[in-house]
Design a protein around this ligand. Structure first.
Ligand code: GDP
Ligand code: MG
Length: 314
């Protein structure tokens, strides 16, 4: 066993931080740490919180931390916010908001770098969850901005997906319907202190009662005012009901199977790419190939086959 694994599993927070960086940056030894951790996973429950920027996700996360802590549970938070890659502002804001949690040893908050993951952001996030699970956290909250495919993939790592909406986003409900709406297990209408709550609620219920919408589980709709701690216990309870549903209904197993078949394929493609790049494709070589593709002197299919061939005869 990697000595970092041993130490993070015994609760050493500094080793945990080092292991997470090792894994996130894919540095020497990261696979060993993941192998060690994998066997110790399956205990944490992962709750994903997604929704448009400014919906109050971080505020909700902060209140959820407080609620779970009051139940004696250890809580980790993974903040994945692509917008912070441009401004740096979002994450900083989150840090300040969650500052009073920073001194609690039962809480661990981690921001994900959103760029430079060869296997993709979702794969990196999944691995971070594996390490946190092995480190013994009871609840892991993952905050993402629900916009692109990356975020949909990340949120699929969660056992329970909470989609946060706010009043006054009527058209947006239609817009996010296709992607995030489908994977919502619980809906939150946050900022319920604002006008237009009834309208969002009506629209949501209309969507949820569409033919074929419900399959064994109809996502409950919870109204919250996160900034005033209202509705948080309803949200916790809704998430808990979903956990019980997953555990008792066959749907939970199907979901896990799907998740792990995806995970395995992701690992295969990432390892494959890493192997190719490490052994046979220097940046210079890649640049030459690119030039050749652009000039139509070479085609990418033949080039890919040539790479495959090299792996075979290695
Ligand atoms: N009026 C109102 N404001 C809220 C509520 N929840 C959060 N906010 C505010 O909305 C803003 C964005 O919140 P934040 O948690 O950063 O949103 P995020 O981008 O989804 O993480 C902050 O100024 C919060 O104080 C709420 O229930 N009602
Ligand atoms: Mg946020």
């Amino acid at each position: 066993m990697h000595d970092l694994s041993q130490r993070l599993m015994s609760g050493d927070i500094r080793s945990l931080a080092r292991a997470l960086s090792l894994v996130e940056d894919r540095r020497e030894g990261y696979v060993e740490v993941l192998k060690d951790c994998y066997r110790r996973t399956g205990k944490a429950r992962v709750v994903g919180i997604t929704g448009p920027p400014g919906a109050g996700k971080s505020t909700l996360v902060d209140k959820l931390i407080a609620t779970y802590r009051a139940q004696g549970l250890r809580v980790a938070v993974v903040a994945v916010d692509p917008s912070s890659a441009f401004s740096g502002g979002a994450i900083l804001g989150d840090r300040i908001r969650m500052q009073d949690r920073a001194t609690d040893p039962g809480v661990y908050i981690r921001s994900m770098a959103t760029r430079g993951h060869m296997g993709g952001l979702a794969v990196a996030t999944g691995d971070i969850l594996t390490v946190l699970d092995a480190a013994g956290f009871d609840v892991i909250l993952v905050e993402t901005v629900g916009v692109g495919q990356d975020e949909v993939d990340i949120i699929r790592e969660a056992d329970t997906v909470v989609v946060v909406l706010v009043p006054g986003l009527g058209d947006d409900i239609q817009a996010i319907k296709a992607g995030i709406m489908e994977i919502a297990d619980v809906f939150v209408i946050n900022k319920a202190d604002r006008e237009g709550v009834d309208r969002v609620e009506r629209e949501l219920h209309a969507l949820l009662t569409l033919p074929g919408a419900a399959q064994g589980w109809t996502p409950p709709v919870v109204k919250t005012v996160a900034s005033r701690q209202q509705g948080i216990s309803d949200l916790v309870e809704a998430a808990e009901r979903h956990r019980v549903h997953l555990a008792t209904d066959g749907g939970g197993q199907d979901r896990l199977r799907l998740k792990y078949s995806q995970k395995f394929r992701d690992i295969l493609s990432e390892r494959f790419l890493m192997e190719i790049f490490a052994r046979h494709l220097t940046p210079e070589r890649e640049e030459l190939l690119l030039q050749a593709f652009l000039k139509r002197e070479e085609d990418p299919y033949t080039a890919a086959e040539a790479m495959l061939g090299r792996l075979r005869w290695k």
